[in-house]
Design a protein around this ligand. Structure first.
Ligand code: ZN
Length: 397
């Protein structure tokens, strides 16, 4: 089976090696719609090949931007941050545009502009981004509104899709950073999914092509994060845009940025998104994956959950009369998206027992300590510092 061209791999290597030269500085995961709008306007002002439009308005009246570049016949739609607290790919979009502008003599980037036409909606949910929440100002999860299209932001995406008529689409998210790869303890850095277009689980033409595109993405990242990629759950969800769009005939790949050790701001995953998307555009420009084997995608292990924010090992749990003590490991998670663990105050007990095979954000030993088994029941809320004060840290193995 033929693979991607040497030119595509070389472009990704080139962009990887020079990332610090073009990456947009000062843009953080708490980017707002107004800051995004100002940065996009700068790109459009400096580079006539980049066009920026207002695609529509959010429920609270914030602009939803749309970026266009390229003159080719292969049409590629991308959207980011339909969940307001998932900004990694929005920041990567800025880096992608910066790379296009910075290397305007680069032949591979010129090929992208000549052979493809890209339409990117960075930050589909600006109201959610403003307060860093998943849902919209109206409380809607946009990725459950593809069928009814009740939310104005969902209608902006549908209208853009129908006007633009893409061949390919990238649905760009951040997944729960606690997911791991298959049977391993490795945190998933990136997960991919060619969503199912209906409940049968069978492939249509669009999905078969999406699987080959997903395999291309895996092969572009394999030199960087082999072993840290997973397949996202492929149960059909008719309300989600990826699944719906696959049914409309567009080949959609869901890309989920997960976690990278000691990188809570996800700077590395942001960079991988930027270079990956440009590599994918170059592969699309050359129709490079028409013959590609989808196995590299299909063989990815699934996302699993072999991770907890805290594991306290070997606690002796005392129960009082009639129930003997037992030694067990205690897993604790912070509710919601993980804050910096050092700042965490309250957590929830998620598991009790043999947790030696689980990875942890922080690992502590309670060996020799007696604690109340009544206070550490499953799902009970606990004071993390109180447990820490009894424990000693376990160095990562
Ligand atoms: Zn999401």
């Amino acid at each position: 089976m033929p693979g991607l061209s040497a030119a595509t791999h070389a472009l990704v290597d080139f962009l990887d090696a020079r990332y610090d030269r073009y990456a947009v500085r000062g843009a953080t995961p708490r980017l707002t719609a107004s800051e995004l709008g100002a940065r996009l306007a700068d790109f459009a002002a400096q580079d006539a090949r980049i066009k920026v439009e207002i695609a529509g308005k959010s429920a609270a009246g914030r602009p939803i931007h749309r970026v266009l570049f390229g003159q080719g016949r292969r049409r590629v739609l991308m959207w980011t941050q339909m969940h307001g607290d998932e900004p990694t790919a929005t920041l990567a979009t800025l880096d992608l545009l910066a790379a296009l502008s910075a290397f305007d003599q680069n032949a591979a980037l010129a090929t992208i502009l000549k052979e493809t036409q890209a339409c990117i909606i960075p930050m589909l949910n600006p109201d959610g981004a403003e307060v860093f929440q998943r849902r919209t100002a109206q409380g809607i999860d946009l990725n459950r509104d593809a069928r009814c299209l009740r939310a104005p932001e969902a209608r902006v995406l549908k209208r853009t899709h129908d006007d633009f008529v893409p061949d390919y689409a990238f649905n760009l998210h951040d997944q729960n950073p606690r997911y791991t790869v298959g049977d391993s303890r490795r945190l998933t850095a990136m997960a991919f999914l060619a969503p199912a277009h209906d409940a049968s689980g069978k492939d249509n033409v669009a999905r078969r092509r999406a699987k080959r595109l997903a395999a291309a993405l895996v092969s572009l990242l394999a030199p960087r994060i082999a072993g840290y990629m997973a397949r996202f759950d492929d149960a059909h969800e008719p309300r989600s845009f990826g699944d719906a769009m696959q049914g409309w005939g567009t080949s959609v790949v869901l890309v989920e940025s997960g976690a990278w050790r000691n990188d809570p701001e996800k700077a590395y995953l942001r960079k991988l998104n930027a270079i990956l998307l440009l590599g994918a555009l170059h592969a699309i420009a050359g129709d490079e994956f028409d013959e590609l084997d989808a196995a590299a995608y299909e063989a990815l292990p699934g996302n699993t959950r072999h991770f907890h924010d805290f594991i306290f090992e070997d606690a002796q749990l005392d129960f009082g009369e009639g129930i003997p003590s037992i030694v067990a490991d205690i897993a604790v998670d912070i509710p919601g998206p993980p804050p910096l663990l050092a700042d965490a105050a309250r957590g929830r007990v998620m598991d009790i027992g043999d947790l030696r095979d689980y990875e942890a954000g922080e690992r502590w030993s309670l060996a020799g300590q007696r604690v109340s088994g009544e206070a550490l029941r499953i799902e009970s809320e606990i004071d993390i510092d109180a447990l820490r004060s009894l424990a000693r840290p376990v160095e990562p193995s």
